[in-house]
Write a protein that binds this ligand. Structure first.
Ligand SMILES: [Zn+2]
Length: 489
């Protein structure tokens, strides 16, 4: 019941919607009984300092009722990579348990604390830390409900953001360094009060650091309960005064504080000790799998289909297929028409080394580029593969029997550079014909016009001077067009 009461006294946050900037964090829970007991005597706790602790995450991507708005897998992996980098010094490694879960629910997508509570109770996985990626978690970048889960705003989960690490820090028992000051208004030119409510205020000389603020002595005093920009030496520009008037600036490097994400780099030794002890005692049920899988071997994409430069109709559907990559449990597959992937027109996630694609998702008559990003649940840092391409054209979509030209054949194919191509075809009547040889860009490189006679016709097209590559033969007559691909070697 305590948790519910905490939400009920937070209506001030609930009014914040998508239109307003998100607050840094909505977590206002007091230090847990477990942490208070731990901080009485940290040295009594086993922390397995030489072992990496592998911790399962259940990841729920929340979209709107209509299925839109989900964070993309690729962005999630980037954020996941940052998360594990943030916890590297703690030797805690998070892994994605099972599949990513998708929830289409507009209420959860932009929720208040009560709706967020429902979201977690309805969807939580019992043997993992539950992470919900939404649009607006009660107007914050994120919040943590201890023992229940964390809610995260996708807009605060860029690769350079530390919101995810911050909220999982809460989930592993860490308070804010400014604990007690959440929501408290203060004129920072004045001395701080000796205490706020029941919480003692931490002093610069460290005399009460074991129980004031976050209860850690290696986090310095910090009273800043709003997002702040750090200045020189990663310190706050704002000067604060402790209860006896000693001046200080807050340490912006702490992930559990509210400095700009660009300033945040670390957890302290004492914070790390508490998180590890928390996992090894109260959260020990999470440590059931300490055997990471084979890492993803490489990002080398070896296409099986299609071959580079292969031509498809603008409305074709086919299957992209590649050599499986050792250690990969999933592949993100992306295709677009910009070789730098500045805009991705199509993407899919597959557990198999193949996936169906429809060219209608791309742009007609363009070169399409595709790449993959292999990953398994332990590592989001594996990047994209090299890029391969195929060609889209209106060409092969034309039905050949519809025109007066029939049985068009191009020989030899492939052809050695410098040889003449022979076109053979049949018409039922006398017909003016234009034959062209085109680059894949559509540029006309050779052209011949002549009158075809009823019956079989033959025509030679020289290829001298053409670089090796894929070309198109176009035959036009009586309003009909027929294309053939030809490879010059
Ligand atoms: Zn927080």
């Amino acid at each position: 019941m305590k948790r519910l009461m905490i939400w009920l006294i937070l209506p001030v946050f609930i009014t914040a919607g998508q239109a307003q900037p998100l607050a840094p964090c909505g977590t206002t829970e007091a230090p847990t009984p477990w942490l208070k007991a731990y901080q009485q005597n940290p040295s009594a706790y086993y922390r397995a300092n030489n072992d990496t602790l592998y911790v399962p995450l259940a990841i729920h991507l929340v979209g709107q009722d209509n299925g839109f708005g989900y964070m993309t897998m690729s962005k999630l992996l980037d954020a996941f990579c940052t998360l594990n980098e943030d916890f590297q010094s703690a030797a805690i490694r998070f892994y994605i348990k099972g599949d990513i879960r998708y929830i289409s629910n507009s209420t959860y997508f932009d929720h208040n604390f009560g709706e967020g509570y429902d979201m977690m109770v309805q969807n939580n996985v019992s043997d993992a830390l539950n992470c919900y990626v939404v649009s607006s978690p009660a107007g914050n970048c994120g919040y943590s409900s201890y023992g229940l889960g964390v809610a995260l705003a996708k807009s605060c989960m860029n690769a350079s953001d530390h919101t995810w690490a911050h909220e999982l820090g809460h989930q592993l028992s860490l308070p804010h360094p400014f604990n007690g000051w959440e929501g408290y208004e203060h004129n920072y030119s004045q001395n701080a009060p000796a205490s706020i409510g029941f919480d003692a205020v931490e002093r610069v000389d460290g005399s009460n650091c074991q129980f004031a603020g976050d209860g850690f002595c290696d986090t310095e005093p910090d009273y800043l309960n709003f997002r702040w920009t750090c200045g020189a030496n990663s310190r706050s520009n704002i000067i604060q005064k402790d209860p006896v008037g000693a001046e200080f600036r807050s340490d912006g490097t702490l992930i559990m504080g509210y400095s700009d994400d660009g300033c945040q780099t670390r957890f302290t030794e004492e914070q790390i000790g508490a998180m590890r002890a928390n996992l090894l005692t109260e959260r020990q049920f999470l440590l059931y799998n300490q055997n990471p899988p084979v890492p993803v071997a490489s990002t080398n994409l070896s296409p099986i289909f299609p071959q580079d430069g292969q031509l498809f109709a603008n409305d074709a559907s086919f299957t992209l297929e590649w050599e499986p990559i050792e250690g990969a449990r999933f592949y993100i597959v992306e295709a677009t028409v910009l070789p730098n992937f500045a805009i991705t027109l199509w993407r899919a996630v597959t557990t198999q080394p193949y996936v169906d694609i429809s060219a209608e998702n791309l742009i007609p008559n363009k070169t399409a580029y595709w790449r993959i990003r292999p990953f398994n649940g332990y590592d989001g840092c594996v990047g994209y593969s090299d890029i391969h391409s195929f060609q889209l054209g209106s060409t092969v979509a034309i039905r050949e029997s519809s025109g007066p030209v029939e049985h068009l054949e191009v020989r030899p194919n492939p052809i050695a550079g410098g040889q003449a191509l022979t076109l053979s075809f049949y018409t039922a009547r006398t017909l003016p014909i234009r034959a062209s040889l085109l680059a894949l860009t559509g540029q006309e490189l050779r052209r011949q016009s002549f009158n075809a006679i009823p019956g079989d016709n033959r025509l030679a097209i020289p290829t001298a001077g053409l670089p090796a590559g894929l070309y198109l033969i176009r035959l036009e007559g009586a309003g009909a067009v027929v294309y053939r691909k030809v490879v010059v070697e």
